[in-house]
Design a protein around this ligand. Structure first.
Ligand SMILES: Cc1cc2nc3c(=O)[nH]c(=O)nc-3n(C[C@H](O)[C@H](O)[C@H](O)COP(=O)(O)OP(=O)(O)OC[C@H]3O[C@@H](n4cnc5c(N)ncnc54)[C@H](O)[C@@H]3O)c2cc1C
Ligand code: FES
Ligand code: FES
Length: 1293
């Protein structure tokens, strides 16, 4: 077949794509979304770090005759690399019309979708694994998900869904059904981890379709025909010229003619560079060169082709002929932590050519004495020793050279590798190491020779030559290890402070010690020291009851674990998010220009270059604001578009409007803003306190007599504690589409939790009445509070541009800007004084809490008010004074984030209790138990505790977790293990439901019944994954007495339900559910005469009869909920309608040499009243817990000394992955539990479970204490927040 050389040919979902004029830098993700409208492939980061854009790319291997399938992140795949390949997206495997694929069906039916933004990516990772391996192990399933993040679900339901494809899972259709219904034996045992014996289950296994690999679509036969990929092709774009040679000599020829050409190998680095580079670039794509993908042993050296992917390298470790090459055998461990997409694309050559100390294979290759073989057209191949050349800054390759292979000496050594990072998977190393020890064949444990290399977040690799000399010739013993560590310590001393921190130096010593201990331990059981490994088998159980007939019944829907109401749309990619709305004719794209300074006068804004770019349509700035130029007119403290001064990095100065996104983004980058720095620049809480820079007055809650309390106390302690921030990392970034309508009317499509506030804000900025503005929210790709105040920005600026240009305007913030603009959780600082008796009873507590509010008030005062309200957590302290004050700093405004001030305050209170327990040498849980509120008592906010379930949760959690027995086991473990210590902690929490600002506790709804009996419900709450619409559907169908499927919940829109309270504070089902219930009751009453006239006729007939009798089938519902509200002046409450309570118990294992931990087990008992939907509630508990785990243990917001945000995307800011969840994760809902103050006797649940992740921090504290006590150190220590390995190591001292 003759193929035109510059026609790019590939297949998408079985359809052929031929492109003649292609821009080579275009990524597959952009092409799928923009050109093919396949918006199921989501953009969560556009840098390869979230997995939302995962697709399957398949190739035909002519040599083996096999089709190879790979999961790839399409945002890192330049489109030209697809020549001759086939792409499959979630739309290609199943749809609502044709039926869901079993992978899509299972993630839905196991409740693995919440906001649904990550879902197609998850589906495609799993689907690709099944296409390559229809019978995966559970570990292979888990490993396939390391490159996919989910911020909502806590991963457990996703893993459970996908584990059913493994033979090792007991309950799956392929394995014979569910062992609760059959006599199947359960490989996981009959206790936790198996549904047998449990009263109810979340998924009906019998309803799942069988997976049949023979039914998969075939690989396009046209791509198997010889000819298409056998020739050199070249694709010329405006900026990038892309050569795709098919032989090495062609590649070397092109390189000799274009010495500046970039080499494209796996493109995981290059794709990102091409997106942003503005110069003309020539690229030589070597991914099709067979010569670079082979391996062979020559003269005792294994030559590995530079084009081998990391996945290929892992596979090589199974090759029999390489069993003796120690380095190859060590590779799988080094790469174990990588996501499958990254392993599939990144190549050995690309990895080495990045020449960074942080890249994982570098220490191994350098310690293994490897060399690079490079070739050019003109000269003979030459060897470059990695150790010598790749430790320097400059590129050791000449311009015409290409790295073709890597030489690995086939030595048999004792090899150990280590890596410590903030997150175990898919994270660059804080410190890594490789050890190659030649062991004497004649003398046991004697080292003949040693090679050590350290890498990680250090300027360049470190090779401690003196230490290796010390080791050579010595026999390993405990005494020798101590001496070796001292030798290393003194060798590393000169590096300390020069790129190597004290902590890194300690890790380096820890690694050495671990390596030598491993050598001693061999393969024996006992005190193994490596903690990186995660268990292959996770266990979980979900305990709840269904108090109605017929599980999964859609007729009596309330109480049933029904799946997310649009889960199927999410899994098939049909769910529409803002950026998925098809473009309309004439639509423009806007991108904002953001301040790069913290506090400065704007001396000039030069738009000339930007405006001269082809495709640029114009701009908006403060002069285009016809109304009020403030984000919140009420506070008037942040200009929407800066006039002459900027007050924080990320403040919007102006916006460039263009015909498409890429042009708008590039043009915005060309705007030159000049500044004159202003003072003061206040960045920290301490600086703000000193400068008296605050946002409002202090908030105070008090009870009793503090002075008398301290006087009565036997002991008094004082201290200072602080927490860092947290970023939201919802997967859908902020965005909006504003469409101008007649006479200054405007429609805004966006993802906000604040529809009404946004409507008012847009009206104010446009200077029009609110009825001119309609805000519509279909769904939000994750909110967690982050789509509150800051979500106004894209809507307001697009509305301004739409008004100015009278065209629809869209703006979606890119991930880095989104993370910068949205400040996230407030960092905090607390000073406390606590008085207590010898028995541990706290008599008096005084806490002064400061939070870093950033630049504006926004929600900061509301957040700190709730923190102050929960200032005693759930402990009855007779004399209390809790004060809170918000500091004004030059950061983006800090915002609401799940828990709303409580996560900080509870961390502080629990630390205070721990300090009291330590001081008195009491067990912390006993001290907690002593103070725990009881039925009939009253909180500091005058909440009278009746029907109070916390004590019951406490007892049930202790029993579920087998707390007493396991405390003993932990002690035993710690007495027999030196390097690893376990810790166990149980922690209670209560969270007020109902907003303390009384007026906000109102809601409206609109319910229509159509003549065919179908029902449309609109209410004021927004669906962001929390299952609100699902619960509302359940409530409406139950109240009307019809099937769940007859009800549709409409998008949220301000023209249907006005003045809606924001979707916040875990109260949305309570408020909106009541309003919907009220409307439905009205309709039930209207239909009553028809029902009574013909009871057997059925719903449709009653509806029809009512219609023909001219009875209105549409009505509104309204609720003003609860008689409560807290007055800070008089300290009179109560602050909430009722309390949601829960208790969490966690066990961790800490590696005392590195500070890493493993989350061994978590048990949670939660009081959710009578659950409206146990699957949704358990999903909120698990998801909230894992988000809280990230906050307390993993996620670190880092700024440079100058205040620049360094952790601005999932690449640098690490949120938990599937591999981080508890190895055993049990969640129980309190049984026989009614809440007479809640809708359908239920309770609000969204935020409270996050607080239970504090139990992991407390367990880590417990483990560190054991280690310190054993070494004779003080029991008093400070474990900093977040407890990343570096902070744990510091606490271990
Ligand atoms: C989301 C994400 C997470 C990551 N996490 C980790 C991690 O946890 N640990 C880790 O170690 N790394 C990590 N990385 C980095 C990763 O290791 C590198 O991006 C990858 O190894 C580069 O290989 P590549 O084949 O994709 O290189 P490419 O992007 O194709 O090329 C990289 C550079 O090398 C040049 N080059 C490539 N091949 C050759 C050759 N044969 N001859 C001459 N020059 C060549 C290219 O011109 C380019 O300049 C991560 C990257 C991403 C995107
Ligand atoms: S969008 Fe591609 S990995 Fe995030
Ligand atoms: S459901 Fe996974 S990110 Fe929302």
């Amino acid at each position: 077949m003759a193929v035109n050389t510059d026609m790019l040919v590939f297949f998408v979902n079985g359809k052929k794509v031929c492109l003649r004029n292609v821009e080579p830098e275009t990524t597959l993700m952009a092409y799928l979304r923009r050109d093919l409208g396949l918006t199921g492939t989501k953009n969560g980061c556009d840098e390869g770090s979230c997995g939302a854009c995962t697709v399957m790319v398949s190739a035909y291997n002519r040599d083996s005759g096999r089709i190879v399938h790979k999961a790839l992140t399409s945002c890192m795949v330049p489109i030209c690399t697809l020549h001759g390949l086939a792409v499959t997206t979630t739309e290609g495997i199943g749809s609502l019309a044709t039926g869901l694929h079993p992978v899509q069906e299972r993630i839905v039916k196991f409740h693995g979708t919440q906001c649904g933004f990550c879902t197609p990516g998850m589906v495609m990772s799993m689907y690709t694994l099944l296409r390559s391996n229809p019978n995966p192990t559970r570990k292979q399933v888990s490993d396939s998900l390391h490159g996919n993040i989910c911020r909502c679900t806590g991963y457990r339901p996703i893993m459970d869904a996908f584990w059913t494809f493994s033979k090792e899972t007991c309950c799956s259709p392929e394995n014979g059904g569910c062992c609760q219904d059959t006599d199947l034996s359960c490989p996981q045992g009959n206790s936790a981890g198996c549904c047998r014996g449990q009263p109810a289950k979340l998924t009906d296994i019998s309803s799942l379709s069988l997976y049949d690999p023979t039914q998969e679509p075939i690989f396009p036969p046209e791509l198997q025909v010889e000819g298409l990929c056998e020739n050199l092709v070249c694709f010329r774009g405006r900026r990038v010229t892309w050569y795709r040679p098919v032989t090495l000599s062609q590649a070397l020829q092109i390189k000799s003619e274009n010495p500046d050409a970039q080499i494209a190998s796996g493109c995981t680095f290059l794709a990102q560079q091409l997106k942003t580079c503005v110069q003309e670039v020539i690229v030589i794509d070597i991914s099709g060169l067979k010569e670079l993908k082979s391996h062979e042993i020559k003269n005792g050296v294994l030559m590995l082709g530079a084009g081998l992917s990391m996945a290929d390298l892992i596979d090589l470790s199974d090759h029999g002929d390489l069993a003796e090459v120690s380095l190859v055998q060590a590779v799988p461990k080094v790469l174990e932590s990588w996501g499958s997409q990254l392993k599939n694309s990144a190549t050995l050559g690309g990895h080495i050519m990045l020449r960074g100390a942080r890249y994982d294979l570098m220490p191994l290759l350098v310690a293994g004495d490897c060399f690079a073989l490079v070739a050019s057209k003109a000269d003979a191949e030459r060897k470059i020793q990695l150790k010598e050349a790749f430790l320097r800054d400059s590129n050791p390759l000449k311009p015409c050279e290409i790295l073709i292979s890597v030489g690995v000496p086939c030595a048999q050594k004792f090899v150990q590798t280590f890596k410590v990072a903030k997150r175990k998977h898919q994270d660059l190393a804080s410190l890594s190491a490789a050890f190659f020890l030649g062991i004497s064949p004649s003398e046991k444990l004697k080292i003949d020779d040693a090679q050590i290399t350290y890498g990680g977040n250090i300027p360049s690799l470190i090779v401690p030559v003196e230490t290796t000399k010390f080791l050579a010739g010595r026999k390993v013993s405990e005494e020798m290890i101590g001496e070796a560590m001292l030798a290393l310590q003194s060798e590393l001393l000169p590096f300390e402070g020069k790129g190597l921190s004290k902590t890194q130096s300690l890790w380096a010593q820890g690694f050495l010690s671990k390596c030598l201990l491993e050598l001693i331990a061999g393969n024996q059981q006992g005190d193994r020291v490596t903690t990186n490994e995660q268990p292959d088998i996770y266990k979980s159980c979900q305990i709840f009851e269904i108090d109605q007939e017929g599980t999964f019944s859609k007729l009596k829907a309330v109480g049933q674990p029904l799946t997310h109401s649009t889960g199927e749309e999410q899994a098939t990619g049909e769910a529409v998010f803002i950026d998925d709305i098809p473009m309309t004719v004439g639509e423009l794209y806007m991108y904002p220009v953001l301040s790069t300074q913290h506090h400065a006068k704007i001396t000039g804004v030069d738009l000339s270059e930007a405006l001269s770019m082809p495709g640029v349509h114009g701009y908006i700035d403060h002069k285009d604001v016809p109304g009020v130029n403030f984000v919140f007119a009420e506070y008037a403290d942040e200009e929407l578009l800066a006039t002459d001064t900027v007050h924080h990095c990320g403040q919007i100065i102006c916006g460039i409007v263009a015909t498409d996104r890429d042009t708008a983004v590039s043009a915005a980058q060309c705007v030159k803003v000049t500044y004159e720095d202003l003072t003061p620049v206040i960045l920290t809480i301490q600086e703000a306190i000193e400068a008296k820079s605050f946002l409002g007055l202090p908030w105070r809650v008090t009870r009793g007599n503090l002075e008398a309390g301290f006087a009565q106390s036997d002991e008094v302690l004082e201290g200072e504690l602080s927490t860092k921030g947290q970023k939201h990392i919802y997967l859908e970034t902020l965005g909006a589409l504003s469409v101008p309508r007649e006479r200054d009317q405007i429609e805004v499509y966006t993802g906000t939790q604040l529809c009404h506030t946004l409507q008012i804000a847009v009206a104010e900025v446009l200077g029009v009445p609110a009825h001119n503005v309609v805000v519509k929210v279909k769904r939000i790709g994750g909110g967690f509070g982050g789509k509150e105040s800051r979500s106004l920005l894209p809507s307001m600026i697009t509305a301004l541009a739409a008004r100015k240009f009278r065209r629809p305007v869209r703006c979606i913030f890119n991930r880095k800007d989104d993370t910068l603009i949205n400040g996230g959780r407030h960092p905090s600082l607390a000073r406390y004084k606590v008085g207590f008796t010898k028995e541990g009873k706290i008599i008096a507590l005084q806490t002064m809490l400061y939070t870093n509010g950033g630049i504006t008030k926004e929600t900061s005062n509301s957040v700190i008010k709730l923190a102050v309200i929960r200032g005693e957590s759930c402990y009855n302290i007779p004399n209390v004074l809790v004060e809170g004050r918000v500091c004004r700093t030059n950061h983006s405004s800090h915002a609401s984030l799940r828990g709303f001030g409580c996560p900080q305050m509870l961390w502080i209170v629990e630390n205070i209790l721990t300090a009291v327990a330590t001081h008195l040498s009491l067990q912390p849980h006993k001290v907690r138990e002593l103070q725990l509120y009881k039925e009939g008592e009253t909180t500091i906010t005058n909440c009278f505790l009746e029907n109070f379930k916390l004590p019951k949760c406490w007892e049930e959690c202790k029993s579920l977790a087998d707390f007493d027995k396991r405390s003993q086991l932990v002690k035993e473990f710690n007495s027999t293990n030196k390097q690893r210590k376990r810790g166990l902690a149980i922690q209670p929490m209560m969270f007020g439901i109902g907003i303390y600002d009384k007026f906000l506790n109102q809601a409206g709804a609109l319910v229509h019944i159509y003549t065919d009996g179908s029902v449309l419900v609109t209410h004021g709450g927004c669906e962001m994954g929390q299952g609100l619409h699902t619960k509302i559907k359940q409530i409406a169908s139950d109240t009307l007495g019809i099937s769940f499927d007859k009800v549709l919940v409409s998008e949220t829109c301000t023209n249907m339900v006005p003045n809606a309270t924001a979707t916040v504070a875990s109260v949305s089902t309570e408020l909106n559910g009541r309003a919907v219930h009220a409307a439905c009751i009205t309709l039930v009453e209207r239909l009553r005469p028809f029902r009574e006239a013909d009871p057997q006729a059925g719903w449709e007939k009653w509806v029809s009869a009512a219609y023909f009798s001219r009875v209105s089938l549409s009505t509104t519902g309204f609720v003003s909920y609860g008689d409560f509200g807290f007055d800070f002046d008089t300290c009179k409450g109560p602050d909430c309608m009722y309390l949601t309570c829960g208790v969490g118990c966690s066990e961790v294992e800490v590696d005392c040499l590195t500070g890493e931990h493993k989350l061994v087990r978590t048990d949670i008992v939660m009081d959710v009243g009578r659950s409206i939907n146990p699957a949704v509630d358990i999903g909120q508990i698990e998801g909230g817990f894992v988000q809280g785990y990230g906050y307390y243990m993993m996620e670190e917001v880092v700024h440079s000394p100058e205040g620049k945000l360094l952790t601005d995307s999932p690449l640098t800011y690490k949120i938990p992955l599937a591999a981080d969840i508890p190895a055993q994760f049990n969640v129980a809902l309190l049984k026989n539990n009614l809440n007479d103050k809640g809708i359908y006797s239920s309770k609000g649940i969204g935020e409270p479970p996050l607080l239970l992740a504090l139990s992991v921090y407390l367990a880590t504290h417990d483990a560190v204490k054991s280690a310190r006590v054993e070494r004779g150190l003080s029991e008093v220590f400070y474990l900093e927040h977040p407890s990343i390995p570096a902070n744990v190591l510091k606490a271990l001292n």
